[in-house]
Design a protein around this ligand. Structure first.
Ligand SMILES: [Zn+2]
Length: 95
């Protein structure tokens, strides 16, 4: 049986891993899915893409050294994205 392969932007995983941590450290006022998605999108637009071909479902442990390498950039990009989204949330408090 052939393994199913997929190409993914590994940076998405790295941002997802750090997102809630960085939001908590910045005392984010909103943790809804919409704000999280907005923050993720803005952060990813400001980070280099890192495409990897993987077998579907296989974890990315072997790239953890890459995560260490760009950890500071990832945290900075998320922090910057949080500031943008907090200033201009795409929903009201009642939403
Ligand atoms: Zn929100």
């Amino acid at each position: 049986m052939k393994n199913q392969m997929e190409v993914r932007n590994y940076m998405e995983n790295l941002v997802a891993n750090q997102l809630e941590d960085v939001m908590e450290k910045n005392n984010c006022s909103c943790f809804c899915e919409r704000c999280k998605a907005d923050i993720t999108a803005i952060a990813l637009n400001n980070l280099p893409t890192k495409y990897v071909a993987t077998e579907k479902g296989v974890c990315y442990a072997k790239l953890s050294s890459y995560e260490n390498q760009c950890f500071i950039d990832i945290v900075a990009a998320i922090t910057n994205a949080i500031k943008i989204v907090e200033k201009h949330p795409r929903h009201t408090d009642n939403d």
